[in-house]
Ligand binder design. Sequence first.
Ligand code: SF4
Ligand code: SF4
Length: 345
Amino acid sequence: MIFKVFKKQELARLHELLAVNIIVGPVARGNDRNGKPLYDFDVIYDFAELALDYTQTVHSPKRFVLPYHETLSTFTTSHDGWEKHVDLNVYRPLVFFGMHACDINALNKLDLILAQSTYPNPYYMGKRKNLFIIGLDCNPEPQCFCRSMGTDSAIHGFDLFLTDLGGKYFAEILSATAFDLLSQINCKEPSAKDHSLYKHVTHEKSTHYTATVDTSDLTKILDLEFESKAWDYWGEKCFSCGTCANVCPTCYCYGVEEQVDLDLKHASKEKSLHSCNLIDFAKVAGGHNFRPTSASRLKYRYYHKHRGFVEAFEESLCVGCGRCGAACLADITPPAVIASVRGKE
Ligand code: SF4
Ligand code: SF4
């Protein structure tokens, strides 16, 4: 990895150089009911719109590579037969300005299943390969337990990663494009003082975590506790609303519907993200529902994240961003659920 430092005012110049592309970044979106600022990722047109001191966005970046709704293909019929048209929905390169480490790691996890597995998803891969990511360090929020999940820092999956050292940024460069870009702004090699400042800042961050999850032997504990009463306890609280999957940066389950126009001349395949907590998620033809209770659905969401995915890829599908718990109206949070399954609460 190559390191550089540059003064903060150079960031606007970096934005200007990239502005020929679509730029997405954190923007302020009003306040929540307690007056706390809300943020989300959106397309930005002006550097001043970027809220680089954002805490956490309500939604994750996933919708830019895995839209909530997407037309996979369209069909037209005529006297001569029928034609299929496939659009991967990939347009201009997309620059992500200011993605936190947990969200970068979430995309890396999605890559494992959607880009590097036996059946890669071309719709995802097209968008993913079209991304240029500028990462940004953060300060942990009370709900963040990324440190427990080993995702509090990113070592791949970005082009450039910036750490705020006060009046300047410490830049980690991972791609040739990022290197070329930085050669067009005023930056220099970090000094020994910059190195120690960087180490100090990252150490300070590590002391600010309040939420934790004990992940030791978690897959085995989950095997042992498959029939635990804890699942019924949390299941009774759960509204089966699917909000947790909606905001989660790594939930990728989806359903596909075929729609045919009444004149039978046009049809389409429509993909929508789904949630394993929704009541019909495991309903099959004939009306049988393999997971009819909210407890069974909630349990399987946890088993997918913390057991099934670990068995397949040696890592959890959760990055510990805490968005699901923050958005859940029933106050169901991974640290509380996992602690209770372990018998700690
Ligand atoms: S855990 Fe919370 S957010 Fe998720 S489905 Fe249940 S009530 Fe909704
Ligand atoms: S399960 Fe919750 S904490 Fe884990 S990655 Fe998804 S939203 Fe974040």
